[in-house]
Design a protein around this ligand. Structure first.
Ligand SMILES: Nc1ncnc2c1ncn2[C@@H]1O[C@H](COP(=O)(O)OP(=O)(O)OP(=O)(O)O)[C@@H](O)[C@H]1O
Ligand SMILES: [Mg+2]
Length: 284
């Protein structure tokens, strides 16, 4: 059941079904004087695809770190799988925000995936053959078997990202946290990687929390959005949040949300710091 009552919630937002895998109640996060968000009441259901949008520095990565138990809330409560985030971490798949591996990284593709397998519930007593089988299965699932022995630093951004997805899947996650997982990928690889995440959700019913600067590659999958701006937020379905009136109110200035060739564009954001090849800003 969804109990959001904060002003940031768009009325009529779709209520998720099933026992929530993520629950935040009156949650706030501040660093010193600066409040990133407050009064956040949110339940994410199993199988829900939840996108987190917002400009640089609005607290998207910090939101994921709270769910991972790496950052404490300033106030309010958070639970993952019905327990403290730290206690739930073994069933959380995490694709961190990062750039490519340096060329000389002394790891092969399969070593990277094995880190995910070793580091979770399989533990150090797991027989090496079992780890090997599990790694092979995960590489196969993301279509990376053919470069299992390649040094990760020599792989393309898209190939590296498949491995990070495989590493996150090693936890057999009930929730996947993806932080800018499509960054610097070409359109083809954006599609491949977003489909891998979507397939995992379809296959296992895990929830997905997907942080992104551009919602377009995942818009077909997204159930609800958390849009962060100006220390405030809106929550609702894409149609409820990605509207000129809603974002204008959130930003406190006129924002135009345009739909063109199936793509959603936002024009007029005052805090835009990134660049696109379009005269309009891609979302957000
Ligand atoms: N541990 C910390 N101590 C103090 N300030 C922090 C800490 N972690 C993050 N911040 C600040 O909080 C703000 C939000 O950071 P965060 O990484 O969550 O932003 P983001 O929305 O993920 O941005 P980006 O789109 O650039 O990745 C930033 O201004 C950052 O400098
Ligand atoms: Mg970030």
């Amino acid at each position: 059941m969804q109990t959001e009552t904060a002003s940031g919630v768009v009325p009529g937002g779709r209520a998720p079904q099933g026992r929530p895998v993520i629950r935040l109640s009156e949650a706030s996060l501040a660093f010193g004087e600066r409040t990133l968000w407050s009064g956040l009441n949110l339940s994410v259901a199993p199988g829900e695809y939840f996108a987190v949008l917002g400009s640089n520095g609005t607290g998207k990565t910090s939101f994921l770190k709270v769910l991972l138990g790496l950052l404490p809330l300033t106030s309010g409560t958070v639970s993952v799988n019905g327990t403290r985030p730290r206690a739930a971490a073994s069933r959380v798949g995490y694709v961190p925000q990062q750039r490519g591996f340096p060329a000389r990284t002394p790891l092969r593709a399969k070593d990277l995936v094995a880190q995910g397998v070793d580091g979770h519930r399989w533990g150090i007593r797991t027989h090496p053959r079992r780890v090997h089988r599990r790694v092979a299965e995960l590489l196969e699932r993301v279509g990376a078997s053919e470069y299992a022995d390649a040094p990760v630093g020599l792989l393309s951004g898209g190939e590296q990202q498949r491995l990070r997805i495989a590493q996150a899947l090693a936890a057999d996650p009930t929730v996947m946290l993806c932080d800018e997982a499509l960054l610097s990928l070409d359109l083809h690889h954006q599609h491949v990687v977003s489909e891998l995440v979507h397939e995992q959700r379809e296959r296992t019913g895990c929830a997905v929390v997907f942080v992104t600067h551009d919602v377009n590659p995942i818009i077909g999958h997204v159930d609800r959005i958390l849009y962060l701006a100006n220390g405030s937020f809106r929550i609702g379905t894409p149609d409820e949040v990605l509207r000129s009136d809603v974002l204008s109110e959130l930003y406190g200035t006129h924002i135009e949300v345009l739909r063109s060739n199936g793509r959603i564009l936002v024009a007029g954001r005052p805090d835009s710091t990134h660049h696109t090849d379009s005269p309009e800003e891609l979302i957000p």
